[in-house]
Design a protein around this ligand. Structure first.
Ligand code: PHE
Length: 317
């Protein structure tokens, strides 16, 4: 009998499985209510007195070995299921995800911001829902100013003080309120105007506006900056400035870049003139500087602003 039990101890110690069902069968076989251990313990009373001590020891050894085996096999199976369970092996390298592509508007915006950051401009951003002061009044567009009609505005609810910004000049106002010159910043962002939607225009679109304020900034600096920009952006350095009007700049100009008339597409996009209108610009009106807490007796500046959706259409067909 003792030898038989010792054989079982060896079997128990050698036992191994990877399934919970087999562990359970094993447990029932040894530790179950009709299991082998029950049998051996029941046999104890019939064992000769001189063997009782050894018998008791081997049965207990078998019992402990069986219990330890069940516990350790269960732990092992649980741990390996965590790794290869519903999530698979969490330590495996990820499956490669094929790259997406950037939207043409983002490509153009990034190109513009990198050109200007190369010459010392930083990027500033502001809220798309604006108040009247930052979008209009601070920019020399008081209430009832007819030039407000240039920018058909979406108002938020019925409050005329809360609106969707019509240009990112509002960000420049915020920037000047928070910073003293020297200022070199460009403000990219989405803007909104209540205009008819067509293949060439939408009621929301994207702008990049620029602002440079320092001592002694002149119109010549503006022109040089724009020339640098068009050369970097389009590979075209010939520009012309046509007199124009914006309430926040004086003097103001419209910037055309000479695109050329080499291909049929050139004819189409320049309407047969070879010139392409790309932005508005001008010297910041002293009133605007004053409104934003900058002394126009000491400082002057230039500003420009362009819509980037058409540029994106142009460059990406
Ligand atoms: N804010 C003007 C617009 O949205 C563009 C502009 C910016 C013009 C700065 C001049 C100077 O049309």
């Amino acid at each position: 009998m003792i030898d038989k039990i010792k054989e079982h101890i060896a079997l128990v110690e050698a036992f191994s499985t990877a399934t919970k069902a087999e562990v359970e069968d094993f447990r029932i076989k040894y530790l179950g209510s009709k299991g082998l251990l029950k049998e051996f313990f029941a046999a104890f009373k019939n064992v000769n007195d001189d063997q009782k001590k050894e018998f008791g020891q081997v049965v207990n050894t078998l019992k402990n070995a069986a219990q330890d085996k069940v516990t350790s096999l269960k732990e092992h199976i649980d741990a390996s299921q965590e790794i290869s369970g519903v999530y698979g092996d969490l330590s495996r390298p990820g499956a490669p995800i094929s790259l997406g592509s950037r939207h043409p508007i983002s490509i153009v915006k990034n190109k513009i911001t990198s050109i200007f950051s190369n010459i010392g401009f930083n990027v500033s951003e502001g809220p798309e829902i604006e108040d009247d002061w930052h979008n209009f009044t601070a920019l020399n567009l008081p209430e009832y100013h007819p030039a407000r009609d240039m920018q058909d505005t979406f108002f938020v609810q019925t409050n005329p003080d809360v609106l969707l910004r019509t240009h990112t000049s509002s960000v420049q106002v915020r920037y000047m309120e928070d910073n003293q010159p020297p200022i070199r910043t460009i403000s990219p962002g989405r803007v909104y105007r209540n205009e008819a939607i067509s293949a060439r225009s939408h009621c929301f679109f994207h702008q990049v506006e620029g602002l440079y304020v320092d001592k002694g900034v002149s119109f010549a600096d503006l022109k040089q900056t724009l020339e640098f920009f068009t050369t970097e952006m389009f590979g075209k350095s010939k520009i012309r400035l046509r007199p124009s009007y914006f309430p926040f700049t004086e003097p103001s100009a419209e910037v055309d870049v000479y695109w050329g008339l080499e291909t049929e597409t050139d004819y189409k996009i320049t309407k047969g003139t070879g010139w392409l209108e790309i932005m508005g610009c001008g010297m910041v009106d002293p009133n605007v500087l004053k409104n934003c807490g900058i002394d126009p007796e000491i400082y002057s500046g230039f500003a420009f602003g362009m819509g980037i959706d058409r540029i994106a259409m142009l460059l990406h067909q």
